[in-house]
Structures are given as structure tokens and as C-alpha cells.
Design a protein around this ligand. Structure first.
Ligand code: PEP
Length: 251
């Protein structure tokens, strides 16, 4: 059966004290509940140790928002996958749209980061998604296909089994504009087909494909019910325990 995952990307919000507080509030809110999904938090680097410590022994796992593909060396300002793994981090985002469009990462860089994450035993969440002008030109599927193929082609079956994909249309991230459940289902089904053509249908049927882009408590249920949507990657609405818990336990 396919895993279901709800992940919270805090972006550049929450210092280590605020992060520890939010992680504790989430743990308290999850107590006694029985979430049908795995929960993963993506704090900024500086909050990773505090959040990892608070969550130790719980089912909630921690991920990094980015990483560098080299293991060590003269790369001032960068953090490697092995450093993250040594901290007890389990996941890493690769290719979040803000990394691609604010910091100029391309598909090749993202592919290297994804491989570095796998090499260090992390589970990468490959983020893909089209710009508004690409969607309006009818190119959404093609853009996503290139992003998926460049990052995943050549992986072994074992490596692929640890990959999670997140479809995050760039026009829906932090804009308040959400893809409809039908929009999401259409691209998620395209992605599932691409995965099946690179690997095999059985392996690709097990890959969780998350939706991200202005997810909030009011739209979480309908998005989670859409075909081939196996979970959510949540930005703004993961910054308060109450709203994130309402997404983990959607009405
Ligand atoms: C994100 O950061 O991955 C994201 C989807 O942000 P938001 O939910 O704020 O659109």
C-alpha cells in the first residue's frame, strides 16, 4: 500500500526556540489522535537539532529544506547530506520551487542533490512544478516530465523506492491560489505514468506523490481525496500548530 505523508515546510521562519515550541505543540496535538498519514517537519537548518530532539521517540520525522551535493570541502555556507543524516534528519527536499526560481537551481543541480540525499540514507522529496506562463501555454505536463526524468532516470530500483515526489505548481505556492483537485489529479496521474515508464508500474504505484501550493485546512480534504494525491506539502499553513493539525486531521 502507498504511504500517505503530510509535510510542513517552515521555509525561513522559526528560530530554534520557536521551532522547538511549535514541534512540542504539534506533538501535544497529535497525542491520542491516530493520523492516517506520516507527518514530517522541515524547519530551517538552525532549528533542526532542537526540533529533532523534541521529536525523538515520536512518529513525527524531520527533514531539511535543502542540501548541497558534495560531501565536504570548500563550499562556504553549504550543508551536506551526511551532516544532515548525522543529526538524525530523515528527509530532504530537492528542487523546491524557491530554490529553483529564487536561487537559480536547475534540473541538473536538483538531480545531484537528490542523489546525494539518497547516498546518505535520506529520503528525498523531489519537488516539481510549472510556472504560470508554462501552464497557460499548455506546457505543464511537459515541464514536469523533464524535471522528473532529469532527476530520476538512472536511479536503481532500491534508490527509487526511497523517493517521494511533490507536485507544486509555482503559481500556487504562497499565492493563495490553489490548484483544483482536478488540476492536481491530472498532473499527479501524468507523474505516475512517467514514473512507470522510467521504472516499472508496480514500483511506481508505491511512490507517494504529494501536492503542495496554498494548502489550508479548508481545502486539504478535497485535495487528499483527489486521484493519485498521496499527501500534502504545506508551507504557510504549517507555521501554526492549529492549522497544521487541521490539515493532518482534515474535516
Ligand atoms: C511550500 O513551501 O512548499 C508551499 C507549498 O508553500 P505554501 O503552502 O505557503 O503555498
Amino acid at each position: 500500500m502507498r504511504r500517505r505523508i503530510v509535510a510542513g515546510n517552515w521555509k525561513m521562519n522559526k528560530d530554534h526556540r520557536e521551532g522547538a515550541r511549535l514541534a512540542q505543540e504539534l506533538l501535544d496535538g497529535l497525542e491520542g489522535g491516530d493520523p492516517v498519514c506520516e507527518v514530517v517537519l522541515f524547519p530551517p537548518y538552525t532549528a533542526l537539532p532542537a526540533v529533532t530532539e523534541i521529536l525523538a521517540g515520536s512518529a513525527v520525522r524531520v527533514g531539511a529544506q535543502d542540501l548541497y551535493f558534495e560531501e565536504r570541502g570548500a563550499y562556504t555556507g553549504e550543508i551536506s547530506a551526511t551532516m544532515l543524516s548525522a543529526l538524525g534528519v530523515s528527509f530532504a527536499l530537492a528542487g523546491h520551487s524557491e530554490r529553483r526560481h529564487v536561487f537559480g537551481e536547475n534540473d541538473e543541480t536538483v538531480a545531484r542533490k537528490l542523489r546525494a540525499a539518497l547516498g546518505a540514507g535520506l529520503e528525498p522529496i523531489l519537488c516539481v512544478g510549472e510556472l504560470l506562463e508554462e501552464r497557460e501555454a499548455g506546457n505543464a505536463s511537459r515541464v514536469v516530465e523533464t524535471q522528473v526524468r532529469t532527476s530520476l532516470e538512472g536511479l536503481s530500483a532500491d534508490e527509487f523506492s526511497r523517493v517521494v515526489v511533490a507536485y507544486e505548481p509555482v503559481w500556487a505556492i504562497g499565492t493563495g491560489r490553489t490548484a483544483t483537485p482536478d488540476d492536481a489529479a491530472q498532473i499527479h496521474t501524468v507523474i505516475r505514468g512517467i514514473l512507470g515508464s522510467i521504472f516499472d508500474a508496480e514500483a511506481s504505484s508505491l511512490t507517494p506523490i504529494l501536492y503542495g501550493g496554498s494548502v489550508k485546512p479548508s481545502n486539504a480534504r478535497e485535495l487528499l481525496d483527489a486521484e493519485n494525491v498521496d499527501g500534502l506539502l504545506v508551507g504557510g499553513a504549517s507555521l501554526e500548530a492549529e492549522s497544521f493539525l487541521s490539515i493532518i486531521f482534515p474535516a
